[in-house]
Design a binder for this molecule. Structure first.
Ligand code: UD1
Length: 424
């Protein structure tokens, strides 16, 4: 297994480029399943464990895929199987993204149930509800979602989501673009990743109105044609890198971004005392010597993202005063807190609200990653800690951060990747 070894308290400076978004790349790759012939080239696809898992899944289904230097080329003309096996789905819950496109194109799909998750319940009922509304019959058999449609096509419908879900909106979109008639998705997610999926589907010939709003209207078309497409930047990676600048009292720039997608987070940095300078494609953060406590409530976009909550808590350990953090998307997503406390932070959780009492003197030790964003928060804390912090089990982090240690090194951090063996 790999770990990061971090010698903390180094000031950072310089510029790094943001990678392509993982959470946007996954539905884009899934959407290629909707095309019957030709090749699709997707640019700015990050080289990550989750992308490799998804690639394996599509290859298992029969797709031909090439990947080189962040460019992924997919031909989905020879799909021979509509079953997503447990071995791949258990590695990545987002595998559920194949449900909508397989059902739309082949009239049936069989997807293993994703199973548990490191930070509380993550149901898939909304995905299934959307497919049923579009005319699929769903049953759960032997741990698999078995979905089938009567007749040859899904039928347009009104899908009214009781809560906003990125994944269920994406699946509903991919299923409805080839359905007969009109589909209306109400309370649709408005995350940039969904906007990007809409743009890609439209580039391939789909008819979608209302992109970027919470009501999407889709008029089903006969077929989609391959179209080249460039993925968006990873807003969570970019914000994590900015947090690395903030937690080390440094000044850094993240390039190749669209600052408008980070409005809520940049506002919080400013509240904490950081100076933020943006232009069309870059963000510079200048951190003060002393940060101010700043409360955060994680909510769906355009609010502060749940995927930055753990990193924010790490940052607030260095802020003067008490910060309160609530996650309204995943109420129990606080696995990072005991590990941050082991580094010397003072964080309490009461009624799903974290109170961070800062500033704390962090001192390096061994800490354990438990999920992707929790790992990032431990790396950030390690950058601020005195002495050496070892972040173990960084395979979680490798799921979603492309070359994080290289980017941090480029900014001047003292961080190395080493392999180690765990005692069993
Ligand atoms: C996506 C992101 C994940 C991010 C999350 C919220 C990907 C691959 N993952 O996950 O990084 O943390 O959005 O921004 O893009 N829910 C249900 N039933 C469902 C589906 C979801 O109750 O069928 C609930 C979830 O438990 C959660 C909320 O809806 O409380 C939002 O989840 P959702 O937006 O679906 O997250 P994902 O798409 O799984």
């Amino acid at each position: 297994m790999d770990k990061f070894v971090i010698q903390g308290r180094r000031r950072l400076n310089g510029t790094v480029r943001a990678s392509g978004s993982k959470n946007s790349a996954l539905p884009l790759i899934a959407a290629t399943l909707l095309t019957e012939r030709g090749e699709i080239t997707l640019e700015r696809i990050p080289d990550l464990k989750d992308i490799r898992t998804f690639r394996k899944l599509l290859e298992y289904l029969g797709a031909d895929i090439r990947y080189r230097e962040n460019t992924l080329t997919v031909s989905a003309s020879n799909i021979r199987c509509v079953q997503a096996p447990y071995e791949l789905v258990k590695q990545m819950r987002a595998s559920i993204y194949v449900l909508g496109p397989l059902l739309a194109r082949f009239g049936r799909a069989s997807v293993s149930l994703p199973g548990g998750c490191a930070f509380g319940p993550r149901p898939i009922d909304l995905h299934l509800m959307a497919m049923e509304k579009l005319g699929a019959t769903i049953s759960i058999e032997k741990g698999f979602i078995e979905a089938q449609i009567q007749g040859s096509h899904l039928k347009g419908a009104v899908i009214d989501f009781p809560i906003t879900s990125v994944g269920a909106t994406g699946n509903a979109l991919m299923a409805s673009v080839l359905a007969r008639g009109k589909t209306t998705i109400q309370n649709a997610a408005v995350e940039p990743e969904i906007v990007t999926l809409c743009n890609f589907l439209c580039a391939m010939g789909a008819d979608i109105r209302g992109t970027g709003t919470s009501t999407l209207e889709i008029n089903g078309v006969e077929s989609l044609k391959p179209a080249p497409f460039t993925n968006i930047f990873d807003r969570i990676e970019a914000a994590t890198l900015l947090t690395a600048g903030a937690i080390t009292a440094s000044s850094i720039t993240v390039d190749d971004v669209d600052p408008s997608q980070l409005t809520a987070i940049l506002g919080k940095f400013e509240h904490a005392g950081c100076k933020i300078i943006t232009d069309r494609t870059s963000i510079t953060l200048q951190s003060p010597e002393t940060l101010s406590h700043t409360d955060v409530i994680a909510n769906p976009y355009p609010d502060f993202p749940t995927d930055m909550q753990a990193q924010w808590i790490a940052l607030m350990t260095q802020a003067e005063g008490t910060s309160h953090i609530i996650d309204k998307v995943y109420h129990e997503r606080f696995n990072h807190i005991p590990e941050l406390n082991r580094l010397g932070a003072r964080i309490e959780i009461r009624n799903n609200e974290a109170s961070v009492y800062g500033p704390s003197r962090l001192t390096g030790t061994k800490v354990m990653s438990t999920d992707l964003r929790a790992s990032a928060s431990l790396v950030l804390a390690g950058l601020a800690a005195e002495g050496v912090t070892e972040v173990l089990r960084i395979y979680h982090l490798d799921r979603g951060y492309e070359k994080l240690e290289d980017k941090l090194k480029q900014l001047g951090a003292d961080i190395t990747r080493e392999s180690y063996q765990e005692f069993t």
